[in-house]
Design a protein around this ligand. Structure first.
Ligand code: NAP
Length: 354
């Protein structure tokens, strides 16, 4: 028979042990899950020895079709027999070398285009690859000292217009693949996803969302949110596809941030990061989850607003590393220059902007 004091001590130790186990389980639950990225193949086709791909189709992929002020196409090319076939992953890019010479008489340089299909291609075999070229149509702008300040002649992007012009059957010189950081994790079920796009930055997300939801091995059941930023509704890309996927998969949520159309009760539109801020309480569980990965693709600079919103709402941990000069400061006061110098994304926040 043990004395009451001894029984009390045993009970306390038991209670302590139970608490320790509960804490360990809680730590395990809240432990940040870093993405383990797959190994990729790189530069199997070099610029010196490009391979030949054949255009399969080239269709507008804008919601507004011919009514939009811009021209963005879903270009599908057959890479059968080239080293790219079956050797790329969604999130990677391939290169295109347009024909002809540049203004200095040198052969045109390679341009990179994001792969817009899953890793198994458009055909399920990795032989048919797609991308999302947008015609660059602009006026010349003086860029450096000595440029003619009155020169505002029409400027047409060489490679984007070349690709958008191509008909089925045309041959295109390709290189690649390239990119080893903007990838889906090996264990897709271990994560939740927030994809943030502006404009043609949607290209890799078309492939990633299809890879997650229409995987022959079964759909990923994790929460997946995609926010697409466009100037006008007519500029939305692959809109029908994302709406269909959202109807068919309860875990996939498609949001749009239209910047130049006034919203009800307002005289202005909204940017991607402003939409996150507006819906912050809806997004909070996703952003607080230690499993969540954020992918940002599109316009250079779109990441700054996202960083600020995350930090302002105490959600930056796990996604951002903030250096000492900004510690303890109000993220709402951060300047772009300070963010550039003192804020870095972690492995859970992947960035592809230019
Ligand atoms: P776009 O159709 O013009 O759409 C861009 C949208 O972003 C517009 O609604 C624009 O609003 C808005 N925006 C402007 N500044 C912003 C900011 N600081 N934060 C959030 N949103 C902002 O886009 P685009 O012409 O297709 O250009 C897409 C860019 O993505 C290009 O620079 C392209 O090089 C890049 N891209 C990168 C990759 C990649 O890295 N793999 C792939 C494809 C495309 P307003 O114009 O109304 O201000």
């Amino acid at each position: 028979m043990y004395a009451p004091a001894h029984r009390q001590a045993v009970r306390s130790r038991f209670h302590l042990r139970r608490l320790q186990l509960q804490c360990a389980a809680l730590r395990e639950q809240t432990k940040t899950i870093e993405p383990v990225l797959p190994q990729v193949k790189m530069n199997l086709i070099s610029v010196k020895a490009p391979a030949t791909a054949r255009v399969v189709s080239n269709d507008l992929c804008l919601k507004g079709g011919v009514k939009s002020a811009s021209f963005v196409r879903h270009l599908v090319v057959d890479v059968t027999g080239t080293p790219l076939a079956g050797s790329f992953l969604v999130g990677q890019s391939f290169g295109v070398i347009p024909p002809g010479e540049d203004g200095r008489g040198k052969p045109q340089k390679v341009r990179l285009f994001s792969i817009a299909c899953p890793s198994w291609g458009e055909d399920g075999q990795g032989n048919i690859v797609s991308t999302t070229p947008k015609r660059v149509i602009d006026e010349f702008k003086p860029q450096k000292p000595g440029d003619d300040s009155q020169d505002h002649a029409l400027f047409l992007g060489v490679c984007s217009n070349y690709l958008c012009d191509q008909r089925p059957g045309a041959e295109v010189k390709i290189t690649g693949p390239s990119g080893r950081r903007f990838l889906l994790p090996l264990d897709t079920a271990a994560h939740e996803y927030l994809f943030l796009a502006t404009g043609t930055g949607i290209a890799p997300f078309r492939g990633m969302v299809l890879e997650l939801l229409e995987n022959p091995a079964g759909p990923c059941r994790s929460p997946i949110h995609l926010i697409m930023g466009s100037p006008y509704t007519t500029d939305l890309l692959y809109d029908d596809l994302f709406r269909r996927l959202a109807r068919e998969h309860g875990n996939f949520h498609y949001h749009t941030a239209i910047s130049r159309e006034p919203r009800p009760g307002s005289d202005r539109g909204i940017y991607v990061h402003q939409l996150i801020e507006e819906l912050i309480e809806d997004f909070r569980p996703l952003l607080e989850s230690p499993r969540t990965l954020i992918y940002i693709c599109g316009l250079l600079g779109m990441q700054f607003g996202v960083y600020q919103v995350l930090a302002t709402h105490g959600l930056g941990e796990g996604y951002l590393k903030t250096a000492e000069p900004l510690e303890g400061t109000d993220p709402g006061d951060w300047t772009i220059d300070q963010i550039k110098r003192h804020v870095r994304p972690t492995a859970r926040c992947m960035l592809e902007v230019y």
